[in-house]
Design a protein around this ligand. Structure first.
Ligand code: NAP
Ligand code: GDD
Length: 324
């Protein structure tokens, strides 16, 4: 009988890592989830399947920990989803962001090169790399113009992945993923801030919601659809770079309309625009061309913008009602 495939997921406690780990379990994988030390447990997103995966200690800031994890557990695939992923924090902590989000990619690639260069690798690259966009929609060949220390760090991570592929012949792929959200999205990101805020106001737990730039536009998809694309990239005979997006763009304001509208409220009565939430440099509009992913991977998103907003608001209503 053939051995099950074994995958290491860095960032398993995050939104995407939790969905990817569940998806891989469904595909029959042995799943290793890398977690860093913390004074309190932060396993909310994985507790419902935690006993079915192996948690291994490691940190992208610590090279030896990465080599040890690979030597001890011998994965056949590594998905590098760990990063300092919140754009505003990248201005207040630019060096930490560079260490984790940029150099962290080299550390894990080099650990693979040392331990077993046949391990297949996925890097979580980002549409933030397009920043002040050079063309619309953005595809795999669109030049980058990052607008935040986070975006700059992701450009480094993207190119070092290509460099290890070309220098050492490694099966290393880079997924240029546009924004994707879910019921498990961190509370600081705008969609979750809005769904949670609308639910709190509806339940009488808050009176207002403070936001920054309402006119920013994003190409928002559903996270479980996007982790499927990550896996498909790693299964290809040839590694490559793939844009993953819905091809549709919407504004922050539209998300507010949908989320508040779903609970019968007019967002304009509760929204306060807070200049402190405006970023030093903004990415005004992103929209991706995922035709290569459709053609080569056979990938297409299943959940659209409206359904996404409704799912998120419904989940927050349930969550807040049980915590009341
Ligand atoms: P997330 O929810 O913020 O999760 C980030 C994960 O990285 C967490 O598990 C976190 O661990 C871990 N991490 C942070 N620093 C680490 C370090 N030094 N060593 C080890 N682990 C560390 O992010 P996400 O939304 O799931 O995104 C996953 C990846 O895709 C990230 O690389 C992100 O930049 C990228 N990406 C996301 C999107 C999107 O729209 N979601 C789009 C494009 C690209 P703790 O739980 O301990 O903090
Ligand atoms: N977070 C936040 N909070 N964003 C706000 C707010 C607010 O109160 N008000 C307006 N926005 C606007 C931001 O200015 C930005 O233009 C947009 O909402 C989206 O912000 P986020 O949800 O924080 O996501 P992001 O686009 O900056 O970054 C996310 O997507 C990237 C892919 O393009 C993150 O998941 C990154 O890790 C990811 O790479």
């Amino acid at each position: 009988m053939s051995q099950p495939k074994r995958a290491l997921v860095t960032g398993v406690t995050g939104q995407d890592g939790s969905y990817l780990a569940e998806f891989l379990l469904g595909q029959g994988y042995d799943v290793l989830g890398m977690v860093r030390r913390s004074s309190t447990l932060n396993f909310e997103r994985i507790h419902h399947f935690q006993d079915r995966i192996t948690l291994v200690p490691g940190d992208l800031l610590d090279q030896v920990s990465l080599i040890d994890v690979l030597r001890e557990h011998r994965p056949t695939e590594v998905y590098n989803l760990a990063a300092q992923s919140f754009v505003p924090t990248s201005w207040s902590q630019p060096v930490l962001t560079g260490e984790a989000t940029a150099l962290g990619v080299t550390r894990i690639l080099d650990a693979i090169r040392i331990v077993d260069p046949d391990i297949r690798f996925y890097q979580a690259s980002s549409s933030e790399m397009f920043g002040k966009v050079r063309e619309t929609p953005q595809n795999e060949l669109t030049p980058f113009y990052p607008r935040s220390p986070y975006g700059v760090a992701k450009v480094y991570g993207h190119w070092i992945t290509i460099n290890y592929r070309e220098s050492y012949g490694m099966h290393a792929s880079s997924g240029i993923l546009f924004n994707h959200e879910s019921e498990r999205r961190g509370l600081e990101f705008v969609t979750r801030k809005i769904s949670h805020g609308a639910a709190r106001i509806k339940l009488g737990q808050a009176k207002e919601l403070r936001l920054g730039n309402l006119d920013a536009e994003r190409d928002w998809g559903y996270a479980p659809d996007y982790v499927r694309a990550m896996w498909l990239m790693v299964q290809q005979d040839e590694p490559g770079d793939f844009v993953v997006a819905t091809g549709k763009r919407h504004s922050v304001r539209e998300f507010c309309e949908l989320a508040f509208g779903h609970v019968g409220l007019d967002y304009r009565e509760y929204l306060v625009q807070d200049p402190r939430l405006i970023r030093p440099a903004e990415v005004d509009t992103l929209v991706g061309d995922a035709s290569k992913a459709a053609r080569v991977l056979g990938w297409a998103p299943e959940v659209g913008f409206e359904e996404l907003a409704v799912r998120m608001v419904e989940a927050d209503l349930r969550l807040l009602a049980t915590n009341q």
